[in-house]
Ligand binder design. Structure first.
Ligand SMILES: Cc1cc2nc3c(=O)[nH]c(=O)nc-3n(C[C@H](O)[C@H](O)[C@H](O)COP(=O)(O)OP(=O)(O)OC[C@H]3O[C@@H](n4cnc5c(N)ncnc54)[C@H](O)[C@@H]3O)c2cc1C
Length: 408
């Protein structure tokens, strides 16, 4: 039986809906309010830069309104951004109304960065929300010539969606290769082959000088003097944790909401989950803020249970994992990309299907798989048990032998 009776979850997306489900699953029978800034029911974001851009596709809602209201017994407050947290009174200000809580989960995610001086032009978009995806899809429906700024996961997936419709697309990336931050330069270079093979004009090592047009975007000028004609510009240059509304609340903010291993913030009764949380991950012995689906889902469930029933609090530990779909290929990564060496251990770099291991000192720290879906989780187990580099290489040899025999 919980000592708490009123749970509020701010942020009605993946971590938020999982927080609500986690609280109910733990047996919490008090009141729950789920507060979201957007008008939409909670929806899933990964499809927005994939199937949703390729053609007609329903919004990827997690649950219907009646499932949320009736089955989960949750009061939904949508189109209502939380404006202020008063931690000493345990209240949140929303649209002039104060909502009180005794347990709170903050799951406000991240906000896409935009390009200064470009965001007021029509045809220039980021891709974070369902409304963004609808606008980008409409532009692709109209046959837009597309320039994508940033060759990270989202930018690369947008390019892939445009090429699947046979539309011209150019990616402009300031770094020497795509995905430098997420998988490092060596494997980023290997992934760039997918763009080239699918007719995307990938330009690395150059930046955007200006995005120009009258009321609509007409062209993008690059720092090397190139001018690209464009009807659609999608800016994929990362995201910032959505913590502005928490300034001055007493929560420790430092590239996200700082949490302990249980996802508890520095303020009693307040937990954080998902892209907004920078929590202590016991497996790696350090604080991390991830922007990955699986960690947001897991953290949401854990933080919801802990905020509603403090006796359920337990450390949340995970090995980071994400995937991304480019053209008809799947890229998957587990672990961390900080490393001393990267070695392809299964398949070949140019074969379009391989597994690469990342070495940090004498341990395996990360694994990248390109079109090797059945392998990645087997290698993830190596990181979980802190396998040495030589153990990881010998495991890879075994997998290679099984693959050669056709029994893997
Ligand atoms: C287009 C796209 C594609 C992706 N693809 C992949 C993928 O292939 N693989 C992968 O691993 N990950 C992917 N991700 C990342 C993954 O979707 C995120 O990690 C996940 O959505 C994070 O969930 P969250 O609930 O923490 O935050 P979010 O999903 O960002 O949700 C936060 C919610 O809080 C709301 N909010 C913000 N401020 C307030 C406020 N003050 N008051 C009330 N509500 C507020 C926002 O409107 C939003 O609805 C993708 C992300 C995007 C945007």
């Amino acid at each position: 039986m919980s000592t708490r009776s009123k749970l509020v979850v701010v942020g009605a997306s993946l971590a938020g809906i999982r927080a609500v489900e986690g609280a109910r699953k733990a047996g919490f029978d008090g009141s729950i309010s789920l507060v979201g800034a957007e008008q939409h029911l909670p929806y899933d974001r990964p499809p927005l830069s994939k199937a949703f851009l390729e053609g007609p596709c329903d919004p990827p809602y997690f649950r219907s309104e009646s499932e949320i209201a009736d089955e989960l017994d949750v009061r939904l407050v949508l189109g209502a951004p939380a404006e202020k947290l008063n931690a000493s009174e345990r209240t949140i200000l929303i649209g002039g109304e104060e909502i009180s809580y005794d347990g709170l989960v903050i799951a406000t995610g991240a906000t896409a960065r935009s390009l200064p001086n470009a965001k007021d032009l029509q045809g220039v978009h980021t891709l974070r929300t369902l409304d963004d995806a609808i606008a980008v899809r409409e532009a692709l429906d109209a046959g837009a010539r597309t320039v994508v700024v940033g060759a990270g996961f989202i930018g690369s997936e947008v390019a892939s969606g445009a090429r699947k419709r046979d539309l011209p697309v150019t990616i402009v990336e300031a770094n020497p290769t795509p995905l430098v931050r997420s998988v490092g330069e060596v494997m980023g270079d290997a992934c760039s082959a997918l763009h080239l093979a699918n007719g995307t004009d990938l330009r690395c090592g150059v930046s955007v000088e200006s995005v120009e047009g009258n009321s609509r975007v007409e062209r993008v000028r690059l720092t090397d003097g190139t001018v690209l004609e464009a009807d659609l510009v999608v800016v994929g240059v990362g995201a910032e944790p959505a913590t502005q509304w928490l300034e001055g609340s007493g929560l420790e903010l430092d590239n996200g909401i700082v949490c302990d291993e249980n996802l508890a913030t520095t303020v009693p009764g307040v937990y954080a989950a998902g892209d907004v949380a920078r929590w202590y991950n016991p497996i790696f012995g350090r604080h991390m803020r991830l922007e990955h689906w699986s960690s947001a889902a897991g953290q949401g469930a854990a933080a919801g249970a802990a905020a509603a029933m403090p006796e359920c609090a337990q450390p949340f530990e995970t090995i980071p994992y994400f995937w991304s779909d480019w053209y008809d290929s799947r890229i998957q990564f587990v672990g961390v990309p900080d490393c001393d060496e990267v070695e392809i251990v299964l398949g070949e770099r140019d074969s379009g299907s391989f597994v690469a291991l990342y070495r940090s000192e004498d341990r395996v720290a990360g694994v990248l798989a390109l079109n090797k879906q059945r392998e990645i989780m087997k290698f993830r187990a190596l990181i979980a048990r802190r396998a040495s580099w030589s153990d990881a290489l010998s495991f890879a040899r075994t997998r290679q032998q099984l693959a050669t025999k056709g029994t893997a």
